[in-house]
Design a protein around this ligand. Structure first.
Ligand code: DGY
Length: 330
């Protein structure tokens, strides 16, 4: 009789979609978080000490100091999400702990949300909704709620990875001119397919765009990539969209410029201080703020769970998880 493989002990830090939790329960010895409370450092350290695998999400920071106290049992941090900037990946590797993520399955949903924000801000949807909700609409007027036409507008995509390219495809369908800046230039065929013009200089691109969409991961190299200085290069009529990570933009500088009318509008799904958006961004008519919901579709969140399960199962079978993240990779 074949020896029964031992099931890894897997601790999940947040509630996941029901089918994902159910499948994990079938495959692993799983410890869930049924009331979805936010775990503090001590609880996370305890979990890491007791588990072979921990499945955190971006709401749990796992730093080097915590990993120092994690003990010898933990072997895999199977992140439920694509971004891993909340995990000390290099420190984990030094301690022989692998880190995996869930790339690819949130591309289309996040790109949809970036487009939703582009449309919402340029066509002033928040102002229209507010007037209707307040019961203040006085009827159609030739000059009320005039926004800008998307067709012909120049969209500058900062970071042309999977999500950047998915945004480019959508933007083209709306008749926008697609421009991009990226660490490495895309292949000529991809540029042609996307109709995208490459800018080696981010500064030069920013100065010429009507809309700038931020789509780079947060790393030490991209922290405040859109610094106060760079934001000042943008046209006063321009709009900034961010569906990646708040830390990539100097949020205080952006807030000051939006309030001063030096940038026309912003659509933000992410913030520099996690879920604390700068309070001075609230109630600005030219700003739409969302609670980090770019990937929030039922389908996407289940697919993220399926990726986590595949990573954990592959690890449990003694192989390298398919979505292994290496230090410096993101
Ligand atoms: C991720 O997975 O990193 C996304 O930001 C979640 O929406």
């Amino acid at each position: 009789m074949a020896a029964r493989k031992t099931r890894p002990y897997v601790a999940v830090t947040r509630r996941l979609p029901a089918p994902v939790e159910a499948r994990m329960g079938e495959l692993f010895d799983v410890r869930l978080n049924p009331d979805d409370h936010r775990m503090d450092r001590d609880e996370l350290i305890r979990l890491m000490q007791q588990s072979d695998v921990i499945v955190p999400s971006l709401s749990e920071k796992i730093d080097a100091e915590m990993l120092d106290q994690a003990g010898g049992r933990l072997k895999l941090i199977a992140n439920y999400g694509a971004g891993v900037d909340h995990i000390a990946v290099a420190a984990a590797r030094k301690r022989g702990i692998m880190v995996s993520n869930t790339p690819g399955v949130l591309t289309e949903d996040t790109a949809d949300m970036a487009l939703a924000l582009i449309i919402a801000v340029t066509r002033r949807l928040a102002e229209g909704v507010a007037v209707m909700q307040a019961g203040d609409w006085e009827g159609w007027s030739p000059t009320a709620f005039l926004g800008g036409r998307l067709g012909g507008r120049k969209l500058g995509i900062v970071g042309m990875g999977r999500i950047g390219r998915a945004i480019a495809r959508r933007a083209r369908a709306f008749g926008m001119e697609v421009h991009y800046h990226n660490r490495t230039r895309l292949r000529r065929e991809t540029e042609v397919e996307l109709g995208a013009k490459y800018w080696d200089s981010l500064n030069q691109m920013l100065a010429r765009m009507d809309i700038v969409s931020v789509n780079v991961a947060h790393t030490p190299a991209t922290f405040h990539l859109l610094s106060a200085q760079r934001l000042k290069l943008m046209k006063p009529s321009a709009v900034v969209i961010n569906t990646s990570r708040g830390e990539v933009i100097d949020e205080n500088a952006l807030t000051r410029m939006l309030r001063a009318g030096e940038i026309a509008g912003a659509g933000l799904d992410v913030y520099e201080q996690g879920h604390e958006a700068n309070p001075r961004l609230r109630n600005l008519p030219n700003v739409m703020l969302l609670p980090h919901m770019g990937s929030a579709t039922v389908e996407g969140r289940i697919e993220m769970g399926e990726k986590v399960i595949l990573n954990v199962q592959t690890f449990a079978d003694g192989h390298r998880p398919p979505d292994l993240v290496l230090p410096g990779m993101m």
